[in-house]
Design a protein around this ligand. Structure first.
Ligand code: TXA
Ligand code: MG
Length: 321
């Protein structure tokens, strides 16, 4: 069993010894190891049961440190970094040899992020290497947003979980790359398209957020990602409730209560219709409904703007089987 602890010094010890531990971020918990140490990174892939072609994000606390392991930071990237870091944004940049190929699955580009969780910023500030960290869930399952989620699934495989409480954002970072000075979004996440458009001034922002099993080049976002064990069906909840009757079903709704269904089998993401709150609770909802003895989880999409786009993306991925 992993120790769940708030002790940052202990976390530093484990990481300096080449061990892999779970760390909190403002998006989701990460499964972290020394990104400069191929052996530590290899353990991450093993613990997560992650295919080796799916690269990892590196995390650090300071833009100056990033400069040591990327070739250059293009102007457009720097502007985004300065605006959104620390925060839920990941940038794809050309790597130097300091980053072992295993981290990037052989790609010349490395994914970089400065997260804004205070505990993890303190941790990263004490390390002289960045942390490679995918979300701390077994490959293909929903990302963890609480220390207990990590404990439930990976507790027997890692020695330590740094407890930073529930994640503030609740869904993963937005991944952005650059093609001929154009900003390309590879994964929708905690920074919205609207925010990116505002800062880049690029109204026609390219979104290559794949919802299918495409090449990992477009970054490894396999459709089975974020899926709970139960089958998730997306649609109009009133219709679905009628269609699936008398099956045992659970509901995930945006803001409304459905009196047709027992209360303990429904999860309202945000009764006030707040997208931030809905994002924060989405993965908790999927996990809790997955634990019930039901045959199907019925869910509805949320309004498709701001964080709503990333929420809908995760709901759709959860529903692909
Ligand atoms: O919010 C987050 O981004 C969280 C926290 C822990 O930082 N991390 C996270 O990592 O979601 P992960 O590994 O679950 O998802 C990272 C995604 C993967 O789909 C991967 O394919 C893509 O980023 N990625 C990583 N490095 C890449 C690279 N060099 N080129 C293209 N895609 C990359
Ligand atoms: Mg993940």
């Amino acid at each position: 069993m992993a120790a769940i602890s708030k002790n940052v010094d202990q976390a530093i010890q484990f990481l300096q010894n080449g061990e892999v531990i779970a760390i909190p971020t403002e998006t989701v918990y990460g499964l972290a190891g020394n990104a400069f140490d191929a052996a530590a990174v290899s353990q991450i892939f093993t613990i997560k049961n992650r295919p080796s072609f799916n690269p990892l994000i590196t995390h650090t606390d300071d833009l100056q440190k990033v400069a040591h392991y990327v070739q250059n930071i293009p102007k457009s990237a720097r502007k985004l970094a300065e605006t959104f870091w620390p925060g839920p944004l990941t940038l794809l940049l050309n790597k130097t040899k300091a980053i072992p190929d295993i981290v990037t699955a052989g790609s010349d580009q490395v994914a970089v992020r400065i997260p804004r969780h205070p505990v993890t910023l303190q941790l990263l500030g004490s390390l002289d290497f960045p942390l490679a960290a995918p979300s701390a869930n077994p490959f293909g399952y929903v990302s963890p947003t609480r220390a207990e989620h990590v404990e439930e699934q990976l507790g027997n495989k890692i020695p330590f979980i740094l407890d930073g409480g529930p994640c503030e954002i609740g869904i993963e970072s937005t991944i952005v790359g650059f093609e001929n000075e154009k900003t390309v979004v590879y994964r929708l996440g905690g920074i919205s398209l609207e925010e990116l458009v505002e800062v880049t001034g690029q109204e026609d922002l390219v979104v290559k957020n794949q919802n299918k099993d495409h090449s990992p080049q477009a970054p490894g976002m396999l459709s089975s990602h974020y899926a709970p064990g139960k089958k998730v069906i997306i649609g109009d909840l009133d219709d679905l409730i009628i269609r699936y009757h008398p099956e045992k079903i659970a509901l995930i709704s945006f803001k409304d209560y459905y009196p047709q269904i027992p209360q303990q089998r429904q999860f309202i993401l945000s009764s006030s219709g707040n997208l931030q709150e809905a994002a924060q609770r989405l993965f908790v909802a999927l996990r809790e409904m997955d634990k019930l003895s039901v045959n199907f989880i019925l869910a509805e999409l949320v309004p498709d703007y701001g964080l709503g786009r990333a929420i809908n993306d995760r709901l759709l991925r959860a529903s692909v089987k």
